[in-house]
Design a protein around this ligand. Structure first.
Ligand code: ATP
Ligand code: MG
Length: 299
């Protein structure tokens, strides 16, 4: 397990792979030309590869309401974990607590531990921006920044001190590609992001999140505001992205969870009722509540 300090690295100054090619110039002389290219596996912002997320005895109270009750959970690495459960059971609250977005809620009291790569983000006095950097959060409604497509993706990198224009161009291309949007926007990178369709905006938000190289992608009903084709694109992207990220997604759609979940967490009234591999939970649910929920008895 990495220490608190080695888990994050300062922005890297040089990261392009450099190779040399020998070729003839116009005068017939042999010259050695330097070629620099982008390594798709390169991490511009961070270099840690572990993504361990463990929630232990987590309780969240908001004023007099006990919202999350003794939640214990291990998020499997590089898999899609779907959080399912009826409306109001605490799915969003759990996701927001992982990102410490609940901190700003009035009257909130959080006890328990959330370990990210061994660091307890609730009790260790960790700096919030450093924690959030590890988590790309995709919400229900895409919220592009009021700037161009290019600047949306470059935004986080600029904050991390990457100023080199060529480098930024490579990063923007790479992550728009990863979010399945490059071909659709490559000729209008300077147009305002709000001109994109809602489905494209959601992919842009995904690209923006990926550009700061999080370890986790947290998605709260990320496809519920999208048309079926855009939803399918996002689903397929998640399946592709799990090679490199641990994905935690809240979904209302059981069919979506059936399609893409590797791991399932079923919640009810703030508690985790059942959790396990998707295959196991869907085909062999142990708890009566899970059986009822999966059979559609309540939603
Ligand atoms: N800021 C708040 N103040 C008071 N209660 C809140 C607050 N935020 C959430 N809650 C309550 O916490 C409970 C869980 O809410 P949460 O939004 O996490 O549920 P959810 O499972 O995401 O529901 P949905 O499927 O409808 O999105 C609900 O009873 C909700 O009313
Ligand atoms: Mg919710």
């Amino acid at each position: 397990m990495k220490s608190l300090f080695s888990a994050f690295v300062a922005p890297v100054e040089t990261e392009l792979r450099t190779v040399y090619r020998t070729e003839e110039n116009a005068g017939g002389q042999t010259v050695r030309r330097k070629i620099r290219f982008f390594r798709p596996d390169y991490k511009f912002v961070r270099n840690d590869t572990e993504s361990e997320l463990i929630v232990s005895a987590l309780n969240v109270h908001i004023k007099d309401n006990h919202i999350l009750k003794d939640v214990n959970l291990t998020i499997p690495e590089k898999k899609i974990t779907c959080i399912i459960g009826p409306s109001g059971c605490g799915k969003t609250t759990l996701l927001k607590t992982l990102n410490r977005l609940t901190d700003s809620v009035e009257g909130v009291k959080i006890t328990g531990k959330i370990f990210i790569n061994g660091e307890d983000i609730i009790n260790s006095g960790s700096e919030i921006t450093r924690i959030r950097r590890k988590m790309g959060l995709i919400s229900q409604r895409p919220c592009p920044l009021p700037m161009s497509i290019f600047d949306n993706v470059a935004y986080g990198c600029r904050i991390h001190g990457i100023r080199n224009r060529r480098k930024l161009r490579m990063i923007v291309k790479h992550y728009l590609d990863a979010a399945g949007l490059w071909d659709e926007v490559k000729d209008r990178l300077r147009t305002p992001a709000v001109r994109l369709s809602i489905g494209q905006q959601q992919r842009l938000c995904l690209a923006r999140s990926l550009a700061v190289e999080p370890q986790f992608i947290l998605a709260d009903e990320a496809t519920s505001a999208l048309d079926p084709i855009s939803s399918k694109i996002i689903e397929e992207l998640f399946v592709k992205l799990k090679q490199n990220y641990s994905i935690v997604m809240v979904t209302h759609t059981l069919r979506q969870a059936l399609r893409i979940a590797d791991h399932v967490v079923f919640m009810y009234l703030g508690e985790i009722i059942e959790t396990g591999s998707a295959d196991y939970v869907f085909n062999n649910p142990q708890h009566e509540l899970t059986k009822k929920y999966l059979s559609g008895a309540f939603s």
